[in-house]
Design a protein around this ligand. Sequence first.
Ligand code: ADP
Ligand code: MG
Ligand code: ZN
Length: 617
Amino acid sequence: MGQNKPPMLGRVLIWLLVGILIAYALQGVFGVGQQDVTQISYTTFREHVTAGSVRRVTVKGEQIRGELKTEAMRVGAENDTTRYKSFITYLPSFGDDELMSALRAQGVEIETRPADDSSWWPMLLTAILPLLLIVGLGYLFITRMSSQGRNIMGVGKSKAKLYDRSQEETTFDEVAGAEGAKQELREVVEFLKEPARFEAVGGAVPKGVLLVGPPGTGKTLLARAVAGEAEVPFFSITGSDFMEMFVGVGASRVRDLFKQAKESAPAIIFIDELDSIGRHRGAGLGGGHDEREQTLNQLLSELDGFEPTQNVIVMAATNRPDILDPALLRPGRFDRRIAVNLPTARQRAAILRIHAKDKPLAKDVDLERLAKATPGLSGADLANLLNEAALNAARNDREAIENADIEEARDRILMGRERTGLVLTDEEIDLLAYHEAGHAVVAAALPHADPIHKVTIVPRGRAMGVTQQLPEKERYIYEREYMLDRLAVMMGGRAAEQLVFDTSTSGAENDLKQATQLARRMVLDWGMSEKLGPMAAGGERRQVFLGEEIAHQKNYSEATARQVDEEVKAIVDGAYARAKETIETHRDILDQVAELLKEREEIDGAEVTELLDSAGD
Ligand code: ADP
Ligand code: MG
Ligand code: ZN
């Protein structure tokens, strides 16, 4: 930003005003334009006339100006002398009957003017000056406003910045980690470059791509890299830009932005910080959010209003997907979500290498080790860390960044982080690693469980760690055995905590909730309980708000309800027992997986399976 046009017109106006004011003042006070005019007494004037030394006079009302044939001298009060040729004097109020004949006798040229004809331009000025002042000040106000990025003239215009390739030099190479996101975004770029190739194979590329991830993970950076890589116009705007200052402009800005983009298609629109407009409608308190709702509605209708074939792709970024209006996420809008996660140790090392490229590092600096010592830090934190380290080095008059500078910076940043609760102690990491390893080992060992895709102790969303399972095939029918194994996997985390540390943590909350829910459905809806037998006690499920909430209609007796609860508990307990048994059998594998997790923070499911298989041989 900040490339405001110099307010040329404004400056010209100011100088004009100042000039006019000065001229006006001079005219009034000193009577400029009548230089060398000396005021003389009427007597002196009459003497000049009698002496025949006056060449001409101009009479205007009482005022007589005149010019002498030769210079005369006037002696002032303090004996100072003034030589003059032009003079001014005033007719006595009682008049001078003889003056006319005297002048005529001397052959003086006489000019006369109407008494009230003061010269025309001061008159004009008094009329025009206030007007000029108002216009000038108004203009100043406007330019001042627009230099702060608020242009009164163009309020409704979108403030989207248009990047062109020559300006944006960020490329995907500057984004470390985030491989998945980069891959998907590359596809988007390719589509815009060669839509024909995708259309030929009937590939539909999404209209809306939403980058989702915690702050500082490089979402904006990725978008800039897309701009740098794509050879198409790239319109970028921040959500809050839609909202600022003038009521009623957000919606028209959206309209304008999409219009511009369509005109220059193929093109990319990027809306950063989408949550500032895309918040759940009606969620605001006090009803003061009409502005945002209008803007959001406009955005929704623009998203619906163009076809994928128009070659406009809308990208957006947010770190609060949870508060987005669900309407934004419906198919045909932002239907492709790309997760940008906090980096793992290996990815942190890569990010550090990128940001250390143009910084001189002393020999004792080990970026790999630093990466391992900075769990939970985002890309932005890491970039910041190296900058701080560089500042420390400069402060200490060093030519290169030494390990001590880095340690100091790291401590400061981690300390700031601890307050926000994102940095785990070693014990917490231990617990977390065993918890996830528990899920993973149970999943790998039980025959009916879905294979593991990834195990990670890098926080994802609200979860501190995740064991991701991917079903081998799409499932429509779930067997009891599958359900039971699944339940055991859910309990694996808690079981490992108990077995290894003889404690339980709050980290299992979600596991327990999910397991209880699943067990309940097994009993109530699927008739999978041995005691209750094949009956669906759950009754009708009714959709309340568009599938968001499901209300239960109880149509069973209190006695049955008690039985249901007992059955649910039995199933969950059984699952826990199986999980515990499984990890006891494979305790060595559990330890190995936990170790791997602590070291690398993320491992592939296949590694767990291999460990288990090789142990079984
Ligand atoms: P977000 O938009 O997700 O909050 P940004 O894209 O603004 O994060 O990231 C801020 C800065 O942090 C970037 O300009 C970059 O210097 C650094 N950064 C973040 N993630 C990465 C990454 N994956 N690789 C390299 N640098 C990164
Ligand atoms: Mg950002
Ligand atoms: Zn868990």
